[in-house]
Design a protein around this ligand. Structure first.
Ligand code: LR7
Ligand code: MN
Length: 576
């Protein structure tokens, strides 16, 4: 979970540092706020004062990360929200602040009150001060895509990059306007950004969604590395070098900062727990999961060590530009929002790359309860369709687990058109990517991913015998786990399967037909719900019809009867 770690001590600038945010040779202000971690900030500051050119590229060798916070404006130490402290809405502004909430689904009013370049606490783990980075790191293009972003947060995002990135590593900042409707994002934004030679604005003529907007940004980028960020973030001091260092060491490493939390309510900057991995749960729901204590102890993991992640959150990462294109970028068929983080994560791991979270790089993000922009089509349907595309290309036989978690309806192509996938499938072949099974075994072994809900022989409680399908007929016989014709499985799509055939009701009998996941009449209820859990009931009938063992070894369909033991069936193994 999240944890508020901003003790007052940490937030308050020490009295002695206050008057003179140390000033470097260009008259910039350097933020040395963090009294609890003097070895990072003091040493960096000392080094800065000694060197003639801050953040200049040196040749060869390694140096410490410069945890600088540079601003051209005098820092107002008393300002609301300064140093990441919670801001408060004055009594007489409460109505206004509530009214303006839906402009961004966070406290837009307060965001406007706090400085555009406020300082935030240096939240990096202490051990980061020992880490060195190369002098000749590649440079990066930072890409922000946005649609109808709030003015103050967009500006704060850009300033945090300008003020906390070594200039020689920041090739440019590309703002991709995904066809915003707000007037202030037009000329007013152009005028404001024209102060900063490194900032470029690209305007999309039609709404593309964040996935294609990112690709538009990438194709305009001239930097060696692409760094994608959401448009309501604040980069912390020293955020960039540790990311670029990993890409420099191996161009197939795709790296994410630790994503900290900017409160949607009071705009305070909050630290998150250490050792968090990006993971997913079925049906492809992104989440965080801490490395087990046991693992940390055994492997002596330091809080500054990179953490390998099965999937990334999606919005904040650096990737070598040529590697991004080698991977075929994103599937351009993904619309608006959602699923692209799964797509790129599976692609990276299965096609030879790695995803890491770098604890020495920290970026705050405003987590919002709702999207402040419109979805051109239905929101739910858009995300579902994106996920179905990802699943069809990358999940192999495991896709049934996804569909089995409430997404049966996506299999009916007459209802959901997921579009053409030929190019995506060809890409996977061309790159000779590994299987999803490999991914699960090697990257995410702790995920529960049984291919079926149940399997083995099916025992009938009344007859005390097992179901057999042999030479085209069903009958009951003495249970024999080694007999292939007694082997069945109960699939995620609730079919009773033997090889590629499925148990199919016909009148009041059963027959075997080729399995077809799109056919609802092949679905059976078993071990679900509260009543009749041991029964095997036809799903699509309005009347409850159950599978029953006849006295003379025949199999029938009968009206369901809760106490009839000839209607109770049990598989050898249940997995879900
Ligand atoms: O149509 C759109 N066009 C856009 O340009 C929709 C969105 N966008 C922009 C938007 O303005 C924002 O800057 O794209 C960015 C991301 O959109 P958000 O902020 O609405 O997304 P989110 O933060 O709710 O969602 C997370 O998951 C998304 C899935 O598609 C993206 O990958 C987001 O980048 C991602 N955000 C993060 O990873 C930050 C941490 C969240 C977590 C966990
Ligand atoms: Mn976001």
């Amino acid at each position: 979970g999240l944890q508020k770690n901003l003790s007052n001590d940490l937030l308050k600038p020490a009295e002695t540092d206050n008057p003179k945010n140390i000033i470097d040779n260009r008259g910039n202000h350097i933020n040395t706020l963090n009294k609890t971690k003097p070895d990072i900030t003091q040493k960096a500051a000392e080094e800065v004062l000694r060197s003639t050119s801050v953040w200049a590229r040196r040749s060869g060798g390694l140096h410490k990360v410069m945890a600088l916070d540079v601003t051209d404006m005098p820092r107002d130490l008393q300002a609301m929200g300064q140093f990441g402290q919670p801001a408060r809405v004055p009594r007489d502004k409460e109505l206004e602040s509530r009214r303006r909430w839906s402009e961004g689904y966070f406290n837009v009013f307060l965001s406007e009150q706090i400085p555009i370049d406020r300082a935030i606490p240096d939240t990096r783990p202490q051990t980061c001060s020992e880490n060195l980075v190369h002098d000749d790191l590649p440079n990066t293009s930072v890409i922000f895509c946005f649609v109808d972003e709030v003015w103050s947060t967009l500006l704060r995002s850009v300033h945090s990059v300008l003020n906390r990135s070594p200039p020689h590593l920041l090739k440019e900042i590309i703002l991709v306007d995904d066809c915003s409707t707000k007037d202030y994002l037009k000329e007013q934004l152009d005028v404001y950004m024209s102060q900063f030679p490194k900032v470029r604005i690209i305007r999309l003529k039609e709404r593309q969604g964040l996935i294609r907007a990112r690709m538009a940004g990438a194709s305009a980028a001239t930097g060696e590395v692409l760094t994608f960020l959401d448009s309501h973030i604040e980069c912390n001091v020293g955020w960039l070098e540790p990311l670029l260092e990993r890409v420099y060491l191996d161009r197939k490493k795709v790296v994410c900062p630790v994503i900290e939390v900017i409160s949607d309510k009071d705009m305070s900057y909050m630290l998150v727990d250490n050792f968090q991995r990006g993971i997913f749960r079925w049906p492809l729901v992104f989440g965080w999961s801490a490395l087990p204590e046991e693992y940390i102890r055994k492997n002596q993991v330091k809080d500054s060590d990179p953490i390998r992640c099965p999937v990334m959150a999606g919005g904040l990462f650096s990737i070598d530009k040529s590697y991004f294109y080698e991977l075929g970028a994103y599937d351009p068929g993904l619309d608006v929002w959602g699923g692209e983080n799964m797509e790129i994560s599976f692609k990276i791991w299965m096609c030879g790359g790695e995803i890491e979270i770098i604890p020495c790089s920290r970026v705050g993000h405003i987590f919002r309860g709702d999207n402040p922009y419109k979805f051109p089509k239905d929101r739910v349907k858009t995300v579902e369709r994106n996920l179905a595309r990802v699943v069809e290309v990358w999940l192999d036989e495991y896709k049934e687990i996804f569909y089995g978690h409430g997404y049966h309806h996506l299999l009916d192509k007459s209802v959901t058109d997921i579009g053409n996938l030929t190019e995506q499938i060809q890409l996977r072949e061309k790159l000779k990517c590994k299987s999803f099974k490999w991914y699960l075994e090697n990257v995410y072994p702790d995920l529960d991913a049984p291919l079926v809900k149940a399997e083995g022989v099916i025992f009938n409680a009344g007859a005390r015998k097992c179901l057999v399908f042999q030479n085209g007929i069903f009958f009951l016989d003495k249970c024999d786990v080694t007999n292939k014709s007694q082997q069945f499985s109960y699939t995620w799509l609730r079919m009773l399967r033997q090889n590629t055939s499925c148990l199919t009701p016909q009148e009041m009998q059963i027959i075997m037909e080729p399995c077809d996941n799109t056919k609802p009449h092949l679905r059976w209820m078993h071990k679900s719900g509260k009543v009749l859990t041991d029964h095997v009931m036809i799903e699509s009938h309005s009347q409850p019809i159950c599978l029953e063992a006849g006295v003379k070894a025949g199999i029938y369909l009968k009206n369901c009867d809760a106490i009839n033991s000839f209607q109770k069936w049990q598989f050898t193994h249940y997995y879900a």
